[in-house]
Design a protein around this ligand. Structure first.
Ligand SMILES: [Zn+2]
Length: 508
């Protein structure tokens, strides 16, 4: 995180040098939840980019203004105006408040007697006690004085700081939750019973619906799809989406010569035999997927009710080799454990197209299923980085590509280089790995480690907080941020996941 923030600081400083209207530089302590919460508000207020927020580091300070001293900046907020004036503490707060219409009055009042004196007094009190309120790991930043912070801060201080940070942001969290719900509903409506014919009909994406399955895209944003690529049908949905799939097949009548599943999750494998019988095409799955499907384990009731319990896989079926023939070429079959142990992806080296299934689910995915092994997932993504990928098709309705022969479809086609998307995911997973390993090394309770993986200073932590907690609640804990921590400490030999062992024995 330190590195990421430093990089952001460098970018911000460089951007600042190139910007035409000079901005106010705000130097804040990246390890203080209160500072971070205030910065979140500042970013929400600052539509016109009047400010640049820089977490304190020696490099950031020297690049910003040579008069700034790190010890002063760690004591209180510093703002450098475009004219080169330096404001500190309460005066910095009022200086910033004056910049935006909705807070201008507060900024002006804050400079008058007696508000100025009262404000300065309050600010000095908070600044003086800041280290007892803040704990370095909560800020997930080890730039400045981590030892001093750890020595002085108690765990209860961590929670009070984390909770305070949350409540300062609560209106923003709720607003972001509403925004995300509107966005999900809009994408759901636009993809309802839709079909995408791409690459002159070689790639067909069928959006699958069903009465209860529809709750998933509406509540969580995961769309259900089946893909037909060059005569190969991939992940044909669950029994509760069968009518939707049948309707698509009647309308599109794609040629299907093989039916393949990328992995044995219920929303991908429920119609394998059904589609095989309908189309006369054989089912091909990896050996491990076949094992998982014969018989298919009993699903937790929430998942069985909403998605549907898939039937067991019936023979005859084929076990996938290293490649699989398509109508006009072939696909490489690559083992990519991580999302689950049996996961495979299909790669067309000629088209530079990756059918990723659930091996890539956006660069930020914080509520995984209980069978995720993030360390294996990291290794799988590293292997995918070796491929030349121009089109990445996810298993839940997103396509990442810059290719112009894939038309725009907002919310579905994401205009980014797939390799950059994967590398961002890798950066995030590596940071999590480091954060979780450091947490266990410091013998922190698991709930603290979980909280430190979602510091409020990271925009994604609070922006997706409402959705993530909604997922935890509705899946009865099957998909949650806790699972993300657990996914890094999974070992094959232990009967109980380490996280729960620690939780039970630690009483946290
Ligand atoms: Zn899956």
């Amino acid at each position: 995180m330190a590195r990421v923030e430093q990089r952001m600081a460098e970018i911000a400083v460089t951007a600042d040098k190139e910007q035409v209207p000079p901005a106010y530089k705000v130097l804040y302590d990246g390890q203080c939840e209160i500072c971070q919460a205030c910065v979140s508000w500042l970013k929400a207020l600052d539509h016109k980019n009047k400010t640049i927020c820089l977490p304190i580091s020696t490099e950031a300070l020297s690049a910003c203004d040579s008069r700034l001293r790190i010890d002063d900046c760690l004591q209180q907020l510093h703002v450098v105006t475009p004219g080169g004036e330096i404001h500190a503490g309460w005066d910095a707060v009022t200086c910033l408040a004056r910049l935006f219409p909705s807070t201008r009055l507060l900024g002006i009042l804050g400079e008058w007697f007696p508000f100025r004196q009262a404000g300065r007094l309050c600010y000095r009190f908070v600044a003086a006690n800041r280290y007892s309120l803040s704990k370095c790991r909560g800020g997930a930043c080890r730039i400045a004085k981590p030892e001093a912070v750890r020595r002085q801060a108690k765990l209860s201080a961590f929670w009070s700081c984390y909770t305070l940070g949350f409540f300062i942001r609560l209106p923003l969290v709720l607003w972001a939750g509403i925004g995300a719900a509107v966005e999900r509903t809009s994408i759901f409506a636009r993809t309802y019973h839709q079909r995408l014919d791409l690459l002159n009909g070689r790639l067909v994406v069928l959006f699958l619906n069903g009465v209860l399955p529809n709750t998933v895209p509406l509540l969580f944003g995961e769309l259900f799809t089946a893909v037909v690529y060059d005569g190969v049908a991939i992940d044909p949905g669950s029994p509760k989406m069968r009518r939707s799939l049948a309707r698509h097949l009647r309308q599109a009548q794609p040629r299907i010569a093989k039916v393949i599943a990328t992995h044995a999750h219920e929303e991908h494998v429920g119609n394998l035999n059904w589609l095989s019988e309908l189309s006369g095409a054989p089912v091909c799955v990896s050996e491990m997927t076949a094992q998982f499907l014969t018989p298919f384990k009993k699903l937790p009731w929430v998942r069985a009710t909403i998605i549907g319990q898939p039937p067991n896989l019936k023979p005859p079926y084929h076990i996938l080799g290293e490649t699989v023939d398509t109508e006009s070429g072939y696909l490489q079959v690559l083992a990519t454990p991580g999302h689950c142990d049996d996961h495979i992806v299909l790669y067309d080296p000629t088209e530079k197209l990756l059918l990723a299934g659930d091996a890539f689910m956006g660069s930020y995915f914080a509520t995984p299923n209980p069978d995720v092994d993030s360390l294996k997932w990291l290794a799988s993504l590293e292997r995918l980085m070796e491929l030349d990928i121009e089109i990445l098709v996810e298993g839940h309705g997103h396509i990442h590509t810059l290719r112009v022969d894939i038309p725009d479809f907002p919310g579905v086609v994401i205009r980014e280089n797939p390799k950059i998307a994967i590398s961002q995911k890798l950066t995030y997973l590596r940071w999590l790995r480091e954060q979780i390993a450091a947490g266990f090394q410091d013998q922190l309770p698991v709930r603290v480690i979980e909280a430190s993986c979602f510091p409020w200073g990271q925009r994604t932590s609070w922006e997706s907080c409402a959705t993530d907690e909604c997922i935890r609640l509705l899946s009865l804990g099957h998909f949650s941020r806790t699972e993300l921590v657990r996914s890094f400490v999974r070992t094959n030999s232990e009967p109980l996941p380490t996280v729960y062992e620690v939780r039970i024995s630690g009483g946290q």
